[in-house]
Design a protein around this ligand. Structure first.
Ligand SMILES: [Fe+2]
Length: 393
């Protein structure tokens, strides 16, 4: 095996995603071990042809592995953090096979943030804009709403400097940071972003959660006005939508863009079992869906905090759907009886994500975590949906 050197050609995760999304005929060579490969894959919006040959196979029999690769394809090599894949790239190039290393590997993929502008009506676009920030590797979605020189950030990931830079480039400053709930699948950047920007932070933890993060409370129905300049404003209304967690909140931006957190996704609903109270939280979720969300106008655009796979990303690159469509297609929204709904939630029970208890404690402010430990806790895709049956397409 060759030693990886600084001259190893590489490709950044963002470039690789753009090319994969465009349907370029890349061959992805994944050299992680079987367990890592089975648990979490690199996914583009179009299917990427993927070959799995573990790194240890290259160590044992490099020529045999090289022989399995085509000579006329653009090959990109992927591992957990970009180290062993770089060595494989050098080995391939020495053997005359063109290849590039995916810089930072799956860790970089898991942290990469892609901002996509959400379409709004022309009249609305005059005074505000909303960006969906897609954490592609994990399927986590956060949001930046800007009006005039003011911005609200909702459900930020822990790379807070990214949000600071993004809002600065929009010509605005952060005036409010919101989380839709105490997340269990990723570490929130909310408290740190609020402290650094001097903006108030809000998350409603709900009964049974001990929250030590400093929070400036907002009540159900309360409205935040963003913008400040004449004619440049948008209102953000706080809606209590308990169920996925007892304190889950949704945020209605303008007249019809609803940030639903993990209450309602575009193909399913949020799982109510992560606190060990699936019956109680399941009942709350049923009432939220039937009594609160069902009463919103048909053209309400649902913008969730997570998605399960690239098939949920629309042609405009946004993960969103009108409420009218979700009423027809999300199976859990068709259930009219509370007992049937709760039974479906119980039947859909699945093990919690690996480090979920630690992540919740960190997001409550009870423990501090950073660096490698934070990276390790966040590895893998989110598992926030309660999918009782496939959505109707
Ligand atoms: Fe969640």
């Amino acid at each position: 095996m060759a030693e990886a050197g600084p001259a190893t050609p590489s490709i950044e995760v963002g470039d690789l995603l753009s090319r994969a999304d465009a349907g370029e005929p890349l061959l992805l060579l994944d050299v992680r071990n079987d367990e890592e490969f089975d648990a979490w894959r690199f996914e583009g919006r179009r299917l990427i042809e993927t070959l799995h040959i573990p790194y240890f196979d290259f160590i044992e029999d490099a020529p045999g592995c090289v022989d399995r690769l085509p000579r006329n394809r653009e090959i990109v090599v992927l591992c957990a953090q970009g180290g062993s894949s770089a060595m494989v790239v050098d080995t391939l190039r020495e053997a005359g096979v063109g290849a590039r290393n995916v810089a930072g590997g799956m860790v970089a993929y898991g942290e990469y943030l892609q901002p996509v502008r959400v379409p709004v009506d022309a009249a609305e676009a005059v005074s505000w804009e909303i960006w969906q920030v897609n954490r592609r590797g994990k399927g986590c979605l956060s949001y930046v709403v800007r009006s005039g020189r003011e911005a609200i950030v909702v459900d930020p990931s822990r790379d807070v400097q990214w949000y600071e830079g993004f809002v600065r480039r929009l010509g605005a400053r952060i005036v409010q940071v919101l989380d839709t709930h105490v997340h269990a699948d990723h570490l929130s950047g909310g408290p740190a972003l609020a402290i650094r920007s001097g903006a108030p932070y809000f998350v409603k933890a709900g009964e049974g959660f001990e929250l030590r993060q400093p929070v400036e409370p907002l009540a159900d129905g309360q409205e935040l006005r963003l913008g400040g300049e004449a004619g440049v404003t948008v209102q953000v209304r706080i809606m209590a939508t308990p169920g996925h967690t007892p304190g889950s909140s949704s945020y209605l931006v303008g007249r019809r863009h609803l940030l639903t957190g993990d209450t309602l996704f575009v193909k399913s609903v949020g799982r109510p079992d992560l606190g060990g109270h699936v019956v109680e939280w399941g009942r709350a979720l049923f009432r939220t869906l039937r009594e609160r969300l069902a009463k919103l106008p048909e053209d309400t655009v649902v913008l969730p905090a997570h998605y399960a796979g690239p098939d949920e990303i629309g042609p405009d690159a946004v993960v969103a759907a009108p409420l009218a469509v979700l009423r027809r297609t999300v199976p859990e929204l068709q259930i009219a009886d509370e007992e049937v709904f709760v039974a479906a939630m119980r039947a859909a029970l699945k093990p919690p994500p690996a480090a979920y208890a630690e992540i919740i404690r960190a997001n409550l402010g009870l423990v501090e975590v950073e660096g490698d430990k934070a990276t390790e806790w966040e590895l893998g895709k989110n598992q926030c949906a309660a999918r009782t049956m496939p959505a109707v397409s």
